[in-house]
Design a protein around this ligand. Structure first.
Ligand SMILES: *Cc1c(COP(=O)(O)O)cnc(C)c1O
Length: 341
């Protein structure tokens, strides 16, 4: 089947700049969420004194829906993402939306926008966004008692349309991405915190991202989790509050286990990463790119090749295994898909 012309136009746009013509929106007032309403995509009104604009009371999610060959549309690990939104809201002292409430809001909006869901390898990227709207600049040390939550949908094409290219990553063992107690919140503040370092690294070293490893503790990059992969093992940092608990990370570990890899979750040092790079593979995981292979690291002004500068076969195999589940090409044994329509 072919995409509708408006979908093809959206897929040509830069990732994250083109949206469906409708959003779902709800407000938290007087201690309760109102029902979601569906309205045209467009500017929203906000008081200049809104809590979020001054005290950064905001968090978001990023997940995808995939069209299968029979035309049906399936959301990948909806429950996990809704639980994480709930947890992020808790860390930001925002009203915590019931995961089922937001799930229903997403499913209803997708049904309204079903003709925007691209054929594979495209997908519909889903971006629930929550923020504090209390009109008070005096509430610096108190939570926003009012909030807004909306769901934004964006048709996206193949993230690697121009082909898979190995990534070049700077290892920074000096600075943190964000505050250690806040790394597991999916919040714009953490991105703002890392942005300056990523910009400097891009300019100085021509890298795409920074792997944050404060005091040698290898954590993650600005927007993706970090995995070391070999023919028989997948190694990644054990979950703690310092980094974002990626759903893709978890899915790759589950699929790796199914495929017979040994799964190791523990602390990783910079020396171990550089040693591993000589014989093994390294990759970044996240919803947008799924699993992206690393071809080289920059550390102490030196370039160190990873897997001879190429994306490794194990990385490609794991990536494909996950994509096949997204697209309904292999059985959904872990019950990760929720049918929207
Ligand atoms: C969203 C995000 C990830 C990846 O999470 P997924 O659930 O796999 O998409 C990793 N790191 C950060 C900082 C993130 O914000």
């Amino acid at each position: 089947m072919a995409n509708a012309p408006k979908v093809d136009a959206a897929l040509k746009a830069t990732f994250g700049t083109s949206f469906t013509d409708k959003i779902a929106i709800t407000h938290y007032r007087n201690g309760a969420w109102e029902p979601f309403t569906i309205q045209p995509y467009g500017p929203i009104q906000l008081e200049p004194s809104a809590h979020v604009l001054h005290y950064a009371s905001t968090c978001f999610e990023g997940l995808k829906a995939h069209r299968h060959d029979d035309g049906s549309v399936h959301i990948f690990r909806l429950d996990r993402h809704m639980q994480r939104l709930h947890d992020s809201a808790g860390l930001l002292c925002l009203p915590q939306p019931d995961p089922r409430f937001v799930s229903e809001g997403i499913k209803n909006l997708i049904r309204e926008c079903v003709d925007w869901v691209p054929e594979q390898p495209g997908a519909l990227y889903i971006r629930p966004t929550l923020f504090g709207t209390l009109a008070s600049i005096g509430a610096a040390a108190s939570p926003s008692s009012e909030a807004c939550l909306y769901i934004l949908l964006s048709p996206v094409g193949d993230y690697f349309e121009t082909g898979l290219k190995p990534l070049k990553i700077l290892i920074d063992d000096d600075r943190m991405r964000t505050a250690p107690h806040f790394g597991s919140a999916k919040t714009g503040g953490n991105y703002a915190s890392a942005l300056g370092q990523i910009q400097r690294a891009k300019q100085k070293y021509g890298v795409q991202q920074v792997l944050f490893a404060p005091d040698g503790d290898v954590q993650e990059t600005g927007a993706a989790n970090f995995l070391l992969i070999s023919d028989h093992e997948i190694l990644t940092k054990k979950l703690d509050n310092s980094f974002l608990h990626g759903v893709t990370r978890d899915s790759i570990l589950e699929l790796g286990r199914d495929l017979g890899y040994k799964i190791s979750e523990r602390e990783i040092g910079v020396t171990e990463v550089l040693e591993w790079a000589r014989y093994g593979e390294a990759a970044l995981s996240g919803t947008a790119a799924v699993l992206a292979g690393i071809g080289s690291f920059v550390y102490n002004d030196e370039v160190i090749l990873c897997n001879n500068g190429e994306i490794g076969p194990n990385t490609l195999k794991l990536r494909q295994a996950l994509i096949d589940i997204h697209g309904g090409k292999s059985p959904d044994n872990h019950h990760w898909l929720t049918r929207a329509c």
